[in-house]
Design a protein around this ligand. Structure first.
Ligand code: SF4
Length: 491
């Protein structure tokens, strides 16, 4: 059984999940984020293409070629190799992004990352990746004397053609690797031993003692007896409290003792589960909603983010708003709708102009998780300063409808979440995302990106536009319906 770098990084985060992948691939959950992962992979390839341009005369080895093929190519004594493959005698496999032959019979590894810095955190440590690559080369008898990470330059602003030397930064990580290397080698040995085990304890995994944000898609496989409305659903519960409850075999919210210390929001959530009823702070909701000045503009952007900036003025990983939906509710109850979708990859000047004409500098803007819309408006202010006063008005008159569902309206059926996708089916069950062709933000981003960038886009363009319009429109109509339901509730 062989171990790739991806397997190893997964092992560092969780040995059990990689064991399941290697030993019971049919039981391994495919996960819901495949479109998102696909996008990350595509972006990785794109960054790689620019990185290769830093090394003219590099030899591109075919993506799927074997270590034997690499060996034959190495005999030709080229200076730079792209994607050479190596396998250690113990079955540890690496494909090096860029390998440089140095004069003194030693080698220089380059690892390419599409981030704007070198990540060194617990769950994502790029230095570990490089150590892994170095290990496999050294196990093949090749001395690695230099290691570097190539990543995107956060400060880069596109102006005309992309300039790889400005887009990318190369950082030498020799010293940091020296400190880490031996411990990573020990981990690699432990990982190869672990994935080769015929059996492991499959009745429980360590995330049983951790909060929900740590759980992967295999959680249910390893923790089959976790009930609905489990303690993991309690908003912002600490790992310490999860641990205490799990140790006492209290994994259902209903098992939590009455004297167990939780904060006010958490207690409210537990109470909602016990009573099987929402718990509502009417006074706070009245205070919030009565303070909103009409007309109310329920607003939602869809955005396109890419590692490599696509438009002049943009930097890596910035979000371009390509679509907006606004439902405007007047004080007399009249509802009007505005929508705009960019037809090409372009700055949204026309979109902002039309938005401003539709809403004017008047009333309150309402969004869900408003920090996102506010952040996009701040970016737009930099790119299109002619709209500064309008966007300042929007940001200064923005109300986040989600806040009500964080503290003042807690319903056990939200399962500890305040996402609109959880709140809507409970508050306004007549509206649903499930029938839509495009039914989440990643799908919208992917669909629009393919429509405007791919020359061979095969889908029906008119239908695709309709699908995008329907999705964004539902996001704002959902807010209107939730707002109306709240108004009826507090009337
Ligand atoms: S839930 Fe956690 S411990 Fe369990 S398999 Fe997933 S990552 Fe590993």
């Amino acid at each position: 059984m062989f171990l790739t770098k991806t397997n190893f990084i997964q092992y560092l985060n969780c040995p059990e999940s990689v064991w399941l992948l290697k030993n019971k691939p049919n039981e391994y959950p495919k996960g819901e984020f495949s479109l998102f992962l696909e996008k990350l992979i595509k972006e990785g390839y794109e960054v790689e293409e620019y990185a290769k341009r830093l090394f003219p005369n590099g030899i591109n080895l075919p993506e799927k070629e074997s270590p034997e093929y690499t060996k034959r190519k190495l005999e030709k004594k080229y200076k730079y190799y792209f994607q050479p493959a190596f396998k250690s005698p113990k079955g540890v496999f690496a494909r090096i992004d860029i390998l440089e032959r140095l004069d003194v019979k030693t080698w220089h590894i380059y690892e390419i990352k599409s981030s704007t810095s070198i990540k060194k955190d617990k769950n994502n440590n790029h230095l570990m990746d490089v150590c892994f690559q170095k290990y496999v080369l050294q196990e093949n008898g090749m001395k690695v004397s230099k290691s570097s990470i190539i990543h995107l330059n956060r400060e880069y602003v596109k102006k005309g053609d992309i300039i790889p030397e400005e887009l990318l930064q190369i950082e030498n990580v020799n010293d940091e690797l020296d400190e880490l290397y031996s411990s990573v080698v020990n981990e690699i040995n432990a990982a190869t031993n672990f994935i080769s085990k015929e059996v492991i304890n499959q009745d429980v995994c360590s995330c049983r003692w951790k909060t929900r944000s740590n759980h992967c898609d295999s959680f249910n496989y390893f923790n089959k007896k976790i009930p609905d409305y489990s303690i993991y659903e309690i908003g912002r519960i600490s790992a310490k409290k999860v641990g205490l409850l799990v140790d006492n075999d209290q994994t259902s919210i209903l098992d939590i003792p009455f004297d167990f210390v939780l904060n006010t929001n958490q207690q409210t959530q537990v109470e909602s589960v016990r009573q099987e009823q929402p718990i509502i702070n009417y006074d706070n909701i009245i205070r919030h909603l009565d303070g909103l000045e009409f007309p109310l503009h329920f607003i939602d952007y869809e955005t396109y983010a890419s590692a490599i900036p696509k438009l002049d003025g943009m930097s890596p990983h910035k979000h371009l708003p390509f679509q907006v939906s606004i439902h405007t509710l007047a004080e007399d109850g009249t509802l009007t709708h505005f929508e705009f979708l960019l037809e090409t990859m372009e700055m949204p000047n026309a979109m902002l102009g039309a938005m401003q004409e539709f809403t004017g500098l008047d009333g309150t803007f309402i969004s869900w998780h408003a920090s996102f819309e506010i952040g996009r408006n701040n970016d737009l202010k930099e790119w299109l300063p002619e709209y500064n006063s309008y966007l300042n008005y929007v940001n200064e008159h923005m109300f986040d409808l989600e806040t009500i569902f964080k503290k003042d309206y807690i319903d056990y059926r939200f399962h500890g979440s305040s996402s609109i996708k959880k709140v809507l089916p409970v508050i306004a069950p007549n509206l649903s995302y499930s029938e839509l062709e495009v039914n989440n933000g990643t799908m919208a981003l992917d669909t629009w990106g393919r429509m405007v960038l791919e020359e061979e886009f095969n889908d029906d363009i008119e239908q695709t536009r309709m699908n995008l319009f329907e999705y964004c429109k539902l996001d704002t109509l959902a807010m209107v319906e939730i707002y109306r339901a709240l108004k009826i509730l507090i009337a």
